[in-house]
Design a protein around this ligand. Structure first.
Ligand code: FAD
Length: 292
């Protein structure tokens, strides 16, 4: 690792001013789980590291019924997993955060760092997209809010401006009677990162699906909304056959990536299966019993 200067701003305004004046020569440091690996491998060689750890306001997690959930960018994955606000109002997000990565990374890594790094093999972007989340970016000219699908641009690429800092993640209040399910598939039990994942939010009237949003991630460069599978489910009485058909349609709808961890055909097959199971689970159907 090369030598670098280390700055510790005390306020968000100070951090933005540092980032604006130092430009590309500086890197923001939240938990450091991604950044330090890059620096050790000399893939990233900042002259200055701006550590955000002193910005206590950016760790807060709060919920109110009008605006929904607000998560500070510096909240760690562990904070999300343990948060009473998340467990009560968006349990899918708490469930996801408790299972991703490993205890060391969950205790150190932040939600903001995860989103800004934009690694495709991650969990939070998929769950947040299904929940219609948005991000608040703070810069020298003020703040702007972007839907998460507009923030995540491509492989390791986001819409974050050179002088901006991700401040907060917002999730609208859940619709009454809605249910969220998050499923991740690992290639082997020893691996932490998902090879494919799926998040589903459905609104229900009994067994009838009145609205569905399905999002596939890790199998694609950036998470994608499976709109056709959602349209297929909407208005249907959900049975195991309907769940299986939704899975088949979703699998055909995505453009999967191929890499060393799995080719496109494998990923397509996996997302079809996990989508079927997630839809069945959302409607209380026993897909395990049906397979036995
Ligand atoms: C062994 C291992 C296993 C992992 N497994 C998983 C997994 O299963 N699922 C998963 O989702 N992820 C996984 N990850 C990734 C992990 O979630 C991220 O590394 C972590 O969340 C990044 O957060 P951080 O705070 O450490 O970011 P940092 O390393 O501090 O920063 C990452 C990048 O984001 C920028 N940045 C950070 N915060 C901000 C901000 N507020 N505004 C603007 N830019 C910012 C930094 O400049 C840097 O470019 C794993 C990582 C490791 C090392």
């Amino acid at each position: 690792m090369r030598d670098f200067d280390f700055l510790k701003p005390a306020t968000l305004a100070e951090a933005i001013a540092m980032r604006s004046s130092l430009g590309e020569e500086a890197c923001l440091f939240a938990g450091g789980t991604a950044l330090l690996l890059g620096m050790r491998q000399r893939l990233v060689n900042p002259k200055t590291v701006i550590a955000l750890g002193g910005l206590a306001d950016l760790r807060a997690i709060a919920f109110d019924s009008q605006h929904g959930l607000r998560v500070g960018a510096l909240a760690r994955h562990t904070d999300l997993a343990r948060s009473p606000e998340l467990r009560t109002h968006t349990p899918m997000l708490a469930h996801m955060a408790a299972r991703m990565a490993n205890p060391q990374v969950r205790n150190q890594g932040t939600l903001g760092g995860n989103l800004c790094y934009a690694d495709p093999a991650t969990d939070p972007p998929t769950a947040l997209m299904a929940l219609r989340a948005s991000v608040v970016l703070a810069g020298p000219d003020g703040e702007r809010t972007l839907a998460i699908e507009d923030f995540l641009v491509d492989y390791y690429a986001t819409a974050l401006g050179a002088s901006e800092i991700l401040k907060e993640i917002r999730v609208p209040p859940p619709a009454p009677g809605s249910r969220g399910i998050y499923v991740r598939h690992l290639r082997t039990a020893a691996e932490h990162r998902p090879v494919a994942n799926l998040a589903l939010v459905v609104e229900r009237k009994g067994a009838v699906c009145t609205r569905a949003r399905l999002v596939v991630g890790a199998a694609t460069a950036v998470p994608c909304i499976a709109a056709k599978a959602g349209e297929y489910l909407t208005g249907k009485t959900v049975t195991l056959e309907v769940a299986a058909e939704a899975g088949r349609r979703l699998a055909q709808e995505i453009t999967p990536i191929s890499d060393l961890r799995g080719d496109g055909a494998f990923r397509r097959a996996i997302v079809g299966v996990i989508a079927k199971r997630a839809v069945a689970e959302a409607f209380g159907l026993d897909w395990k019993g049906a397979q036995a």
